[in-house]
Ligand binder design. Structure first.
Ligand SMILES: Cc1cc2nc3c(=O)[nH]c(=O)nc-3n(C[C@H](O)[C@H](O)[C@H](O)COP(=O)(O)OP(=O)(O)OC[C@H]3O[C@@H](n4cnc5c(N)ncnc54)[C@H](O)[C@@H]3O)c2cc1C
Length: 514
């Protein structure tokens, strides 16, 4: 049977493994960290369960179809709960806007904040749907490996005004500055600057309106666990604490993968969920990669990074929504500091995650767990996070206590944080980028890392750095693109699905080295 090695176990790596099994490959996942999930890891502390990263689950069919592909029903593996409102946005002047999926309710919420913007919102929603119909429905899971695939998309992009930024297009329809922020902040969820990123990303608005926003019972980590269970049932091998250091190439094709502890994995194909800059630069001899020289790799622009503080309280805050965006005093200026000047500003805008509002099992009885996230410059900036981390965290906690979470610090029972250093070292992400390459027009679609290497036969890429980009739906779609590119071993599939009995536990399987 043909052997596939998947480097990395983020959502993209896990989804790719499922799709490779379906195609008949014998799949081995090598994950550098202690557990799988990548950005979607879970931190457990003192009875609290903190999702480290993604919390907003959209386009749920992209997850359930992975289970269906291998003959299973996703409902037997995890449960999704609809979130309403999708987000509560609280502005610096104290006013707020509930962004919801229902058309009549969202119109009423727009009217409550700015009656003059009701008609404009209707037009904006229509425009967003038109962008979605092209940018998502037609292109999100299609390969963009050739310049002709890019050329074919250009007439639609011009017609849909994708030369404007998300903020620019929103501003064409909406006059109220608060609503402009509410309808343009979402590209930050995929690492883009709303004031410069192409308005293709306005499709996120319609994607959420169309399919809703969900949270998994037990947290996003429960979905990762469900995928782990599925993969082990269907015969994949998962090795954690297995950092890949080298991909050996023979006659232009991948041949073997080496881990830092000197284990060797022979393979017919390699699918990398790891950062392609690091894969090309650090794992592949320069003589095999004429299109990915160190010089060219050095020209890539990386997305912003994040500071995230995780904390638990012995006090409940029942007035909070599950997802809250807390807008600071500046919008464009702050974005400019983060993305262009790459300086850590004195002010911030925050995303506050309060999952115990939906699932109380994530904290001990009578407690709540939270995370608060602040977009910050990536490591091209000069901030020394070892010096800055505690000061920055205290400033955020102080501001939250004063404005939104009274008596926070005296009720806090657990807290810890991650900085851009975590993304750079733990997740092996170039420049500590939280979302991979910046999703600028010059680094999107054909101009992003291709899902199939142009230099090396049998080498493929999935995940946030590849087309279509970051975010859980984006990286799950990258695995669909992969499926279209990898050769099919159809005659092998029939034996694969049931190779490992269901009772085989993940820990047994994970520890069973060949
Ligand atoms: C704090 C935060 C909040 C977010 N919130 C949301 C949200 O609410 N909704 C949403 O849709 N998106 C969200 N995102 C974005 C989303 O989480 C990511 O875009 C997505 O999960 C990335 O998945 P991935 O598979 O591309 O990569 P990753 O999850 O980063 O996986 C890559 C894996 O490769 C491993 N690896 C790297 N190098 C090696 C090596 N040499 N050997 C072996 N393994 C290696 C890493 O350890 C990692 O496990 C958020 C991101 C962050 C950071």
């Amino acid at each position: 049977m043909n052997k596939a090695v998947v480097i990395g176990s983020g959502f993209a790596g896990l989804a790719s493994a499922v799709r490779l099994i379906k195609k008949g490959y014998e799949v081995t996942i090598l994950e550098a960290r202690e557990d799988i999930g990548g950005r979607a890891a879970v931190f457990k502390k003192d009875g609290f369960t903190f999702d480290a990263g993604p919390t907003v689950i959209t386009a749920p069919y992209l997850l359930s179809e992975l289970f269906e592909l291998l003959g299973e029903d996703a409902k037997d593996f995890y449960e999704l709960m609809a979130i309403d409102p999708f987000y509560r946005i609280i502005f610096n002047d104290g006013s707020q806007f509930d962004y919801v999926g229902d058309n009549d309710r969202i119109i009423e919420n727009v009217r409550a904040l700015s009656p003059a913007d009701v008609d404009g919102y209707r037009l904006l929603a229509k425009h967003s749907e038109a962008i979605f119909d092209v940018g998502y429905t037609q292109l999100a899971d299609e390969p963009f490996n050739t310049i002709s695939s890019m050329m074919r998309a250009i007439p639609d992009m011009v017609r849909l005004q994708n030369y404007r930024s998300v903020y620019g297009l929103v501003s064409k329809y909406i006059k109220d500055e608060r609503l402009r922020m509410a309808f343009s902040f979402e590209p930050l969820l995929v690492g883009g600057n709303p004031t410069t990123i192409t308005s293709i990303y306005l499709l996120i608005h319609w994607l959420e309106r169309k399919w809703g926003v969900y949270f998994a019972k037990g947290g996003t980590g429960a979905i990762v666990d469900a995928l782990r269970k599925l993969l082990l049932m269907k015969g994949a091998k998962i090795y954690t604490q297995s950092s890949v250091k080298k991909i050996e190439i023979e006659r232009g094709s991948v041949k073997r993968v080496f881990t830092t502890d000197e284990r060797i994995f022979p393979c017919d194909i390699v699918v990398s969920n790891a950062d392609p800059v690091r894969v090309y630069r650090d794992m592949i001899d320069a003589k095999h990669r004429s299109k990915h020289s160190d010089f060219r790799l050095g020209l890539k622009q990386h997305s912003m990074s994040l500071f995230v503080a995780y904390f638990g309280t012995k006090k409940l805050y029942p007035g909070l929504a599950h997802h809250t965006i807390l807008m600071g005093p500046r919008y464009k200026g702050l974005l400019n500091d983060i993305f262009s000047k790459k300086i850590l500003a004195d002010d911030f805008s925050l995303y506050l995650h309060a999952p115990t509002r939906t699932d109380s099992s994530l904290a001990p009885d009578g407690h709540e767990c939270f995370y608060v996230l602040s977009p910050v410059p990536n490591k091209v900036g000069k901030t020394n996070w070892r010096d800055e981390e505690q000061r920055y965290k205290d400033k955020i906690y102080g501001w939250l206590e004063k404005n939104h979470l009274p008596c926070l610090t005296e009720n806090m029972t657990v807290d810890f944080s991650v900085t851009p250093d975590y993304f750079e070292t733990q997740l092996q992400s170039e420049k500590g980028a939280a979302f991979g390459l910046e999703p600028s027009l010059s680094q999107s679609a054909y101009f992003r890392f291709h899902n199939q290497s142009e230099d090396i036969k049998g080498l493929y890429f999935v995940g946030a750095n590849t087309h279509p980009g970051a975010g859980v739906p984006g990286v799950l779609n990258s695995a669909k693109v992969l499926e279209k590119m990898v050769p099919d071993l159809k005659n092998k599939f029939t034996n694969v699905g049931f190779a490992i009995p269901k009772k085989f536990s993940s820990s047994e399987r994970e520890s069973s080295l060949e």
